[in-house]
Design a protein around this ligand. Structure first.
Ligand code: PEP
Ligand code: MN
Length: 255
């Protein structure tokens, strides 16, 4: 990732059941999504919200990977989940809330699986890059950065998606950066336009939450797009990438 290729990562916020996950994975694959993402461990603002299914969700993801030939991205929230996630995932996500969990970053740095590192909700570019250094300083150089919106006074969106960080990072770092307009906006109708913009501004990919029944989703339903919108998003991202001399490429392939 990070060369001419552009990737689209799709999937539900959380793995809720085998059925739900298979249905969404089938849509993601058919639309041309290259990686599948679903949470087994969910860092939720409230302790009373759905926390994820844990290891059974990882087993569901492993099954879906075999069935649809989709590499898996899933989040680790602590050392215990990291050990399990490493056994199942093709890419380990470290979420915004853990961007400065230095012990966790170091543990992920001792692994050989690529790490998707999300920007903290009030982290500067420098802080994000230094967190990436924590992973790389332990020997794991396969770090992918992710812009997922930062906290501002604006309240028309959940977060403010800081697309200007993409060219800023490109100027000073070789690391690939993907954009997550789902958490970045928190609103379904903003995900497609901000995905177009993310690719136009030079991102190496987008990370999108998809659900076939968003009103029933156990987390982040309001920002989940429907499978048909996801298919449109992949087509449009591909078209915009081509204008820039880039193409959708197999996930995690050297490019
Ligand atoms: C997520 O990816 O579902 C998530 C919780 O994201 P973030 O860490 O960016 O809030
Ligand atoms: Mn989510």
């Amino acid at each position: 990732m990070g060369g001419k290729g552009v990737v689209v990562v799709g999937g539900p916020c959380a793995v809720e059941s085998l059925d739900q996950t298979r249905t969404i994975a089938e849509h993601v694959k058919r639309a041309g999504g290259q990686l599948f993402r679903g949470g087994a461990y969910k860092p939720r603002t409230s302790p009373y919200s759905f926390q994820g299914l844990g290891e059974p969700a990882l087993q569901i993801l492993a099954r879906v990977r075999e069935e649809f030939d989709l590499p898996i991205v899933t989040e680790a929230i602590d050392d215990e989940s990291l050990k399990l996630v490493e056994q199942y995932a093709d890419c380990i996500q470290i979420g915004a809330r853990n961007m400065q969990n230095f012990a966790l970053l170091k543990s992920a740095g001792r692994m050989r699986t690529p790490v998707l590192l999300k920007r903290g909700m009030s982290a500067t570019l420098e802080e994000l890059l230094l967190s990436a250094e924590y992973i790389m300083s332990e020997g794991n150089y396969k770090v992918i950065l992710c812009e997922r919106g930062v906290r501002t006074f604006a309240d028309h969106t959940r977060n403010t998606l800081d697309l200007s960080v993409v060219p800023a990072i490109k100027r000073i770092s070789h690391l690939p950066i993907v954009v997550d307009p789902s958490h970045g906006t928190g609103k379904r109708n903003k995900v497609l336009p901000m995905s177009r913009a993310a690719i136009a501004v030079g991102a190496d990919g987008v990370l999108i939450e998809v659900h076939h029944k968003p009103e029933e989703a156990l987390s982040d339903g309001p920002q989940a797009i429907l499978p048909e919108t996801f298919a449109q998003l992949v087509r449009e991202v591909d078209a915009i990438a081509q204008v820039l001399g880039r193409t959708l490429q197999p996930a995690l392939a050297a490019s």
